[in-house]
Design a protein around this ligand. Structure first.
Ligand code: ARG
Ligand code: MN
Ligand code: MN
Length: 311
């Protein structure tokens, strides 16, 4: 099968495994990438004719600072900063070689690194953020202090100057960001979304227009006439908890199995995707059956985004 992607040099993918959970309080999400790889994702991608480069799961615990007191309300700020800076350079290296970068989380704070990495190589890329949550809290607006609820504010440059995150440069503009699947937005986040005119398709719009129209509008928003590379950041909690139960912050009323897969299929069809994140798979939550179901779906979402079709 040939490469039908205008922003990649070859049909190869760099897989970055990020067993990290410091952006939120629940243990286990760091095991997500290990389970996904164990399930056979790398071979599945080879089956789809991708050349696969995987450096192994990095031991990010080595980066944990001896002391990491809260920075304002933010928890584990130094740890998250060190890990995401390193993730950014891994993603950037794969993209520089002309490969696609696939990052397996881990909690969604990791996307601060992945998106920064993408923007360092493709500065005009658009971001499609599929999630129940907007993850756009600022250090001021966050209630929880969990940085997995904040990565977008750092990327947009609205998080303020924190010396702990001095490596982060604003690299995303509000017009190049679009959300699909939102249904649990904090009051402060609603204000931010409005103030910056950020395009968001909540579950209300998915119900109203149907998933195909929503995805079409989302793609057109961030990559008009397929002119810009696309970074897809997929938080598995965008799916309904009956579909993907093993995740730390489940919210009812989510995407169906097919809606989730349709998003990935349609983004693949653009031929513009340069990076994908699969985040928030937590294999320590719920029973074995639920974990199997969530990991299985995680893998199939990635395969669909990378060219698997039903026919
Ligand atoms: N990536 C996620 N699952 N984020 C959940 C964020 C929840 C909430 N908005 C917070 O700031 O803590
Ligand atoms: Mn998220
Ligand atoms: Mn979420």
């Amino acid at each position: 099968m040939s490469l039908q992607n205008k922003f990649l040099k070859q049909k190869s993918v760099g897989v970055v495994g990020v067993p990290f959970s410091g952006g939120q309080p629940r243990d286990g999400v760091d095991q997500g990438p290990l389970k996904i790889i164990e399930f056979g994702l790398l071979d599945q991608l080879k089956e789809l004719d991708w050349q696969v480069k995987f450096d192994g799961h990095r031991d990010y615990t080595l980066m944990k600072p001896a002391s990491d007191p809260p920075v304002g309300k933010l928890l584990n700020a130094r740890y998250v900063s060190a890990v995401t800076e390193s993730v950014a350079s891994s993603v950037s290296a794969h993209l520089q070689e002309g490969s696609l970068a696939l990052t397996l989380g881990g909690d969604h704070s990791i996307a601060l690194g992945t998106v920064a990495g993408t923007m360092s190589v493709h500065p005009n890329a658009g971001v499609i953020w599929v999630d129940a949550h907007a993850d756009i809290n600022t250090p001021e607006s966050t209630d929880s202090g969990n940085i997995h609820g904040c990565p977008i504010s750092f990327l947009l440059g609205i998080a303020g100057q924190l010396k702990e995150f001095s490596w982060v440069k604003p690299c995303l503009t509000p017009d190049r960001l679009v959300y699909i699947g939102l249904r649990d937005i904090d009051v402060g986040e609603k204000k931010i979304l409005k103030e910056h005119g950020i395009k968001a398709f909540s579950m209300h719009e998915v119900d109203k227009y149907g998933i195909s129209k929503v995805v079409e509008m989302a793609i057109e928003h961030v990559s008009p006439n397929r002119s810009r590379p696309i970074h897809l950041s997929f938080d598995v909690d965008a799916l309904d908890p009956t579909v993907a139960p093993s995740t730390g912050t489940p919210v009812r009323g989510g995407l169906t199995f097919r809606e989730g897969h349709y998003i990935c299929e349609a983004i693949h069809e653009t031929g513009c995707m340069v990076a994908m994140d699969l985040m928030e798979v937590n294999p320590s939550l719920e029973d074995d059956q639920a974990v199997f179901q969530t990991v299985t779906i995680g893998c199939s979402l990635v395969r669909c985004a990378m060219g698997e079709t039903l026919l």
